[in-house]
Design a protein around this ligand. Sequence first.
Ligand SMILES: *[C@@H]1O[C@H](CO)[C@@H](O)[C@H](O)[C@H]1NC(C)=O
Ligand SMILES: *[C@@H]1O[C@H](CO)[C@@H](O)[C@H](O)[C@H]1NC(C)=O
Ligand SMILES: *[C@@H]1O[C@H](CO)[C@@H](O)[C@H](O)[C@H]1NC(C)=O
Ligand SMILES: *[C@@H]1O[C@H](CO)[C@@H](O)[C@H](O)[C@H]1NC(C)=O
Length: 470
Amino acid sequence: MDRVSNLPEELLCHILSFLTTKEAALTSVLSKRWRNLFVFGPNLDLDDSEFLYPQEGKRERDGVLESFMEFVDRVLKLQGTSTINKVSLKCRTGVDANRVDRWIYNALARGVSDLDLRIVLGDRYRLHRRGFESRKLVKLKIGGSGIVLGWWNGAVDLPMLKTLVLESVEFCADCKLKMLLPACPALENLEMDNVKGLDHSNETVSSASLKTLIIKSSLVSSGTFSFDTPSLVYLGYSDFVPEDYPLVNLQNLSEARINISLTDDQVERARFPNEYDDEYDDAVRLVNMAKLMSGIRNVQTLYFNSTTLEVLSLCCESMPVFNNLKVLAFYSGESRWEAVPVLLKNCPHLETLCITGLLHLVTETCGDVCDCIPREDKGRSITSCPVKNIEIEGFIGTTKEITMISHFMEYFPCLEEILITVEENSPAQFDVPAEATDFRAQMLELYYKSLSCNVEIFGCESLLRKLSAQ
Ligand SMILES: *[C@@H]1O[C@H](CO)[C@@H](O)[C@H](O)[C@H]1NC(C)=O
Ligand SMILES: *[C@@H]1O[C@H](CO)[C@@H](O)[C@H](O)[C@H]1NC(C)=O
Ligand SMILES: *[C@@H]1O[C@H](CO)[C@@H](O)[C@H](O)[C@H]1NC(C)=O
Ligand SMILES: *[C@@H]1O[C@H](CO)[C@@H](O)[C@H](O)[C@H]1NC(C)=O
């Protein structure tokens, strides 16, 4: 201990800054010199769960929450008006909301640059707007649940804010994104996860500075959604399809990851498009995905899950040309493949195609990318596709997959490499030994075929090894 104690004060403060405030406070029992040192670290990590851990139920015991609140009050009092860098505050039901407001205000008033709030104070805790005119705040995370935000009707000014993360918060009735974003003119990263209260309104993410945008789950269910973010480079989007996308200004986007959610009605609609023709059906909006696709047509990398692929089946006629697209990746799941040939035709510079799960729903109009049903123009869409690398993940070892890989080798004219990754937990295949022998023969055939067409297949050996082990 002595050797540590002899270190210079700044270094000790630096070391202490890696501990939570409670842990740092414990060091203060070690010696007199340590006693108040932790108080002057640049970071404050206040977590009420540290006061109950490890004993379950301790939280409810009289006085525990009170002692947490007193501890925080005491630390803040000792710190006075000294400047502070980072404050993280985690607290849950039972902690007094007025005191929480005061602590947050204290941090903002002392010029905190990174404020991380995870607050669960029962239903509808309204975050107080006092102090949110900070010229120092660079990173703000507000998470928890039941937090209501309604304070930016002109009262908030965050000129330095670069990163804003909103998690499980609710916008109050007359509060809109278009009021929040102008208050953050330097914002570069925005993440909204499970944000509520924006239904029934027409929302626009409008920001000239925004570079990355991540939206997860149910932002807008009825109402429209627009992107006016010309500098955006990365979009991660998981949500239901809104009524419309009136504006999609994403000209600089380089990467998009899109996971569309569907209601049960919409799944039916996507599966059996010909059985629906009334224009007022809620599911009709799915074709608006074409507007989103058109808005992101400059991307270089595009990922989506199988639900999105299914929705794109409905937008084949209006699919844009993706002139810059180099990497296309999708989960196949049990989706229809109508959109796959259209996508491949419309990506004239595609280099890499990644498919997780080759098996898909076989339909009458099954795309000519696959070999599912006999058709005259078999393979036509892929004979003009310049893809060099194909990565197949989640290979489970069926004859159908081998047939498809063989089909790819035959029709993609520039193919050089196929990388196969076997699904770790694939369902038990080859119950009958004869089937395994058959499969083995087909794999070998594929392997020899690859030699003659200059396609290198990675993963064959591990497959064969797996088979021998059975
Ligand atoms: C949203 O925009 C649509 C037109 O696109 C309009 O009919 C509707 O009234 C708007 N809704 C709200 C709440 O402003
Ligand atoms: C788009 O990206 C280019 C190249 O990175 C950059 O020069 C340009 O300023 C960007 N445009 C916008 C509107 O951000
Ligand atoms: C989309 O879903 C995939 C798996 O289905 C997941 O790995 C990925 O993180 C999701 N992306 C977004 C932006 O939510
Ligand atoms: C695709 O992602 C969305 C959004 O996360 C999700 O609701 C949907 O279930 C995903 N599809 C599949 C097949 O996992």
